[in-house]
Design a protein around this ligand. Structure first.
Ligand code: ZN
Length: 142
């Protein structure tokens, strides 16, 4: 009887594990295969640049060769980075960038100019840049 319970428990555990695995699998490949390819390419370019610098410092490359090869790698790298950025923006990542850019805040700052020309003593609205109130003649604090 104990044996049967153990066997059922084992089967249940394996079944549960497999069940969870199956659900987990669709979550992982959210990683864009194109993005993975680009990241591998970026890594290869970094390695190439490192090798290039190494060879240059060893005197195996002329200044001219080094500069032109380096420019080529850097150009490729910039293209890869651009593509990665575009892909990341196409997927769910931009949300984080919106928060980082603080897009709500400039609006708040844009709200204050309504009061910018207001005189503190008579509340008259003056043109921006004016140093004295057009209504009461008192100096404006901005
Ligand atoms: Zn005033």
């Amino acid at each position: 009887m104990v044996w049967l319970v153990c066997a059922l428990l084992a089967v249940g555990t394996i079944g549960f594990t497999l069940f969870v695995r199956e659900r987990d699998i669709p979550a992982a490949p959210v990683e864009n295969p194109e993005l993975k390819h680009l990241e591998r390419r970026r890594q290869v370019l970094y390695d190439n640049l490192k090798d290039l610098q190494f060879e240059y410092h060893q005197g195996k490359l002329s200044d001219e060769d080094y500069q032109s090869l380096k420019a080529g790698f850097l150009g490729d790298l910039a293209g890869v980075m651009d593509a990665v950025e575009r892909l990341e923006q196409a997927s769910g990542v931009p949300q984080k960038e919106d928060v980082a850019a603080g897009r709500g805040k400039p609006k708040q700052r844009g709200g204050t100019p309504a009061d910018a020309g207001r005189c503190p003593s008579c509340q008259a609205v003056n043109a921006p840049g004016q140093r004295f109130c057009g209504q009461c003649g008192k100096p404006l604090p901005f």
